[in-house]
Ligand binder design. Sequence first.
Ligand code: ZN
Ligand code: ZN
Length: 138
Amino acid sequence: MGHAYSYRCDHCGYSENFNQGHGFLVHSQSLNDYLKQPVKIFHYKTRNLLQALAIEKNDLFLKAGFQIYKCPKCKTLHDKIEVTVFDGDKIVHKSEFRCPACRSRLKLTNIHRLKKAICPKCKKRTFHRAYSSALLWD
Ligand SMILES: [Zn+2]
Ligand SMILES: [Zn+2]
């Protein structure tokens, strides 16, 4: 279950939904179980990496879900499927993402506290959260 956060630009009217949380095929599970599944949900590079980790070690745990990131330079928002692999309590892999515009490393952002961002279309700081259209999905 997760949330979709809707943002709308007051200036140009552009709107976009950002997902956060666990969704449809994205669950916490053992890495070996995930790799046995016929459904491939991750990018092939991520999958190759996960496969390599699973060969190295047996009882790894996989957690994946939508997270919302912000570019520290452009202040634009991006939702991505963050993949974390645990060995017990230890994190052995965590996804990293780069901004498509400036290649800065994206920072995880707290969407609950983020009321304004830069509009990806007109680049003005008038990109507001539209509270009414937040919805839940399974
Ligand atoms: Zn705009
Ligand atoms: Zn950027």
